[in-house]
Design a protein around this ligand. Sequence first.
Ligand SMILES: [Zn+2]
Length: 400
Amino acid sequence: MSPEDQISAARLWAAYSYPYLASALFALRVIPDNKVNQIAGDEYFRVYMNHDSTHDWPVDALGVEMIHQVGHLLRGHAPRAREIELRESDLFRWVDAMDAELNDDLLEGHPLPKGSALPHELGLPESLLGEEYFFMGTIRSETQRDCGSSAHGNPRPWDEPPPKQGKDGVSAEEKELIRQRVASDALAHHRNHGSTPAGMLRWANSLLTPQVDWRTELGAKLRRGIAEITGAVDYSYRRPNRRQSFASKVILPNLRAPAPEVSVVLDTSASMNEELLADALSEIDGLLSTGGIRFESVRVFTCDSEAGSPQKVRKASDIQLIGGGGTDLSQGILAAVQTRPSPDLLLVVTDGGTHWPESPPSRTRTVAVLVGEDPPSTPDWLERIVVREPASRNRDWAAK
Ligand SMILES: [Zn+2]
């Protein structure tokens, strides 16, 4: 069989056996290269193959190598290696760990990529993540396998230069599209046939429903809110500039930023997760102070079925949590927006089990900070952030 025919047959076998990987498999470009021992990949969906070593391999043996390379690329093993600043001296151990993660997902009866590690060879059970195999696994010394920079990001002598404008390799954008496509194909395959391997399913789910860290989201919303109010984004037209009468009829923007008024309505009904609530409050405290707002200038309204009077405290942990009954935060929101000066930014910290006003306060940007795993829906006018237990770092890794 010519190298081309052998590669086509292997690719078809792989796409037939693992249909949800088809869009990735057909994006692979196979490059003949005698510097490679057998087969290795790079980060641009290029697979370098030494035909002298592989010419007599059965179709399925070559097919699983292509599936394996696609696995390294889809799971982001190279960026994950960069994240832990992998050293060249740990490279074989890293490849074994990543291979153990991938080999979980081969269907029964299919050959393993030659010399690739299985979880039990590293002394660990199946279904763990590569990083767990890497940090907790035993070292396999008798076999060394280098799958290429696709697996670890360290350049190899056979790697071609990065592709230019998407030619001769897959660009970062295309790679992302392929990953999204494979992830949704894997989920669809599971819905229709129920036979997508567990690790693949976990990867696809975490890619398509990313767990955004609530701190990042909350920080972004507060910073933007503060910036808009203080005019860091735009000049403020709220107060006429005093030079205006000398200049023209055009209203000049005022260059002095008004200090934003920030209020917090805090749900003190019995159902709140106290630990998460404390996390959320201390995060708000920190974010406001980096935005130049001292917490003591913030009015805090505790509220269960009725609103308490506003508290001004030096730090979030000084807030007196008064209440504990049922919840009607619309009372607290009303109290907050009716207090003068009315708030520019209102943070409503709650588990979400409450009535909400039907329409937004007219001059106040209102953000619901929802504490708990699966909070109820909120009105469309309300911005919302869900504060939940931190997604494990492993999930973040798996999503890359
Ligand atoms: Zn590998």
